[in-house]
Design a protein around this ligand. Sequence first.
Ligand code: HEC
Length: 190
Amino acid sequence: MSDLTINKISAGVLCGALLIMGGIKTADILLPHQDLAENAYPIEVPEVAASASSAPAAPQKAEPILAMLASADIAKGEKLAKKCTACHGFDAGGAAKVGPNLYDLINAPQGRDGGYSYSAALAGLGGEWSYGQLNGFLHKPKAWLSGTKMNFAGLKKPQDRANLIAWMRTLSASPAALPTAEEIAAEENS
Ligand code: HEC
């Protein structure tokens, strides 16, 4: 091979290399490389651990109301009872409707109406409708008593529950005593 041929080949190789490098550079200018702002395929990481540790559990329990009963608005309570009368009677000796009669209910046995067919859940309570028990039940019936057949969303506002319960207290020949200062102080969310 003559020197001249070797020179030609070298020049060819060099030219080729330059062309490739130039090509890469041109491509880089035309299609600039970009860092992605976020993963093209975001990975969903559930934030269970974070929320469980930082936020307290959503308040499922009814806020206390015993302290509100003495000064509750009984007239407003009577109006609120319109939410109940589709299913309940409040008159003395009245018959059960969709739900049992609720006359003279404060401190009465739970599931007391012998002529009414309660759910197993309510029949199994076996306590009395104290102010605190009523507060919890009326706040969210289905959450407070799993299995109850009372289809009612509940009364969210503590003042509404206080007004209604205060009115229900008046439906009696001898209304139950209002809560004592000790009972008010000892009240917990129900
Ligand atoms: C859609 C119908 C419906 C509405 C509205 C309703 N209830 Fe009831 N309620 C029932 C049924 C049915 C039961 C029986 C529940 C069971 O056996 O689980 C019941 C049971 C009760 C009990 C238990 C009584 C007992 O004898 O132990 C109370 C207290 C009560 N309801 C209060 C109320 C009040 C107060 C309201 C209005 C704010 C209301 N309910 C609205 C259907 C209803």
